[in-house]
Design a protein around this ligand. Structure first.
Ligand code: ATP
Ligand code: MG
Ligand code: FE
Length: 344
């Protein structure tokens, strides 16, 4: 089926088109620059930007795919989780399209879409698989029995998301927003063993209750203290070394817990997604540790890891292929949609 996917849960306005599991178009407009001076995404600004970017993105996707809207067989849209006002723009647009084209509408879960997108690049998803999703808004480990209808949370962050930690530490080091890519770049010239920063929720006691959960706020505070101490002593801050040491701590915990989740659940395939999956150290460390543990690793290319419409279309196409019923036209914009609800 030819499926159109719409994503507006955060700062990316994404419109993607797939035919089955073949990617035809993936138009993404981001309002990130408008948020830069606030150091984080401002919900109201994001919603307005979606409103402005939606029609141009839709037109570009149709042009790139070489299809007319009347050719579309189904419309899929992110129903949640995400920023309520931002989600509303995509959901309203999707309803209008489904109604005007008289096509079925699928309201889907953003996290399941982050998992489903990998089929566009690496073919059918091995099931079950474990998925580590790390972005500016999420850090979770999921047990994916079937991405169209059975996704179970194993753990998630109890405070900051991994991407959020990257962004906050970057700010502290005087690097631009969003900080992830800048820390990644700085770290290449730094010593990852320069400072040993804390690995959150990895002590035996914490593991009892939080085996697959993450905590990054203590790490962020530790970096802030370390930098302050240096500055107060009138010494310069070795940005590359601190960036590398921080990145090492994050990647160590993420990969350690993801591999442990695979082992514990007898799963041989790990999928990493979300914006932080673009991190070069995370990719390298995951490859090493998965190889050592006999786990196959799948990481979509960076353009499919960050928020986009193709991931929503990919999940929509799998729902259609499985013959699952479409959503009703009263699809909600649910900022707190539970991860277990793949489609509304
Ligand atoms: P959501 O959480 O809803 O998916 P988002 O917009 O925060 O929304 P993404 O667009 O997937 O999520 O990811 C953005 C995040 O990824 C930012 O925090 C950014 O710093 C981080 N990021 C991007 N590239 C890298 C990188 N190379 N290394 C580390 N972090 C990165
Ligand atoms: Mg984003
Ligand atoms: Fe996302």
């Amino acid at each position: 089926p030819l499926v159109l996917g719409i994503e507006t849960s955060c700062d990316e306005t994404g419109v993607g088109i797939v035919r089955g599991q073949t990617l035809l178009a993936n138009a993404v407009a981001s309002s990130l620059e408008e948020h830069a001076r606030f150091g984080g995404v401002v919900p109201e600004v994001a919603s307005r930007a979606h409103l402005e970017a939606f029609i141009p993105s839709l037109e570009r996707a149709a042009r790139d795919a070489g299809v007319r809207l009347s050719d579309i067989d189904a419309v899929a849209v992110t129903s949640g989780p995400g920023l309520a006002g931002a989600l509303l723009v995509g959901v309203a647009a999707a309803k209008a399209l489904a109604l005007a084209l008289d096509r079925p509408l699928y309201g889907v879960n953003h996290l399941a879409a982050h998992v489903a997108v990998d089929t566009l690049e690496h073919g059918p998803l091995p099931q079950p698989c474990v998925s580590l999703l790390v972005s500016g808004g999420h850090s979770s480990i999921l047990l994916v029995e079937d991405v169209t209808q059975n996704v179970q949370p194993l753990g998630s962050t109890i405070d900051d998301a991994a991407g959020e930690a990257f962004d906050k530490v970057a700010r502290l080091l005087g690097l631009p927003f969003p900080g992830g890519p800048f820390i990644d770049r700085e770290a290449k010239a730094g010593d990852p063993a320069y400072v040993t920063f804390p690995r959150g929720l990895t002590s035996p006691r914490d593991l009892e209750r939080h085996r697959f959960d993450f905590s990054f706020s203590g790490l962020k505070t530790a970096v802030a203290r370390w930098v302050e101490t240096r500055q107060r002593a009138g010494e310069s801050v070795p940005v590359a070394d601190v960036a590398a040491s921080f990145q090492e701590a994050v990647c160590d915990v993420l990969t350690r817990k993801a591999v442990d989740a695979c082992r514990t659940h007898g799963v041989d395939d790990l999928l990493i997604g979300g914006g932080v999956a673009a991190n070069s150290r995370l990719r390298a460390m995951a490859e090493e540790r998965c190889a050592a543990a006999g786990i196959r690793l799948r990481v979509p290319r960076p353009g499919l890891c960050t928020d986009n419409g193709a991931m929503v279309a990919a999940l929509g196409a799998q729902l259609v292929a499985r013959g699952l019923a479409p959503s009703r036209l009263d699809v909600p914009a649910d900022s707190a949609l539970p991860v277990t609800t793949v489609a509304v």
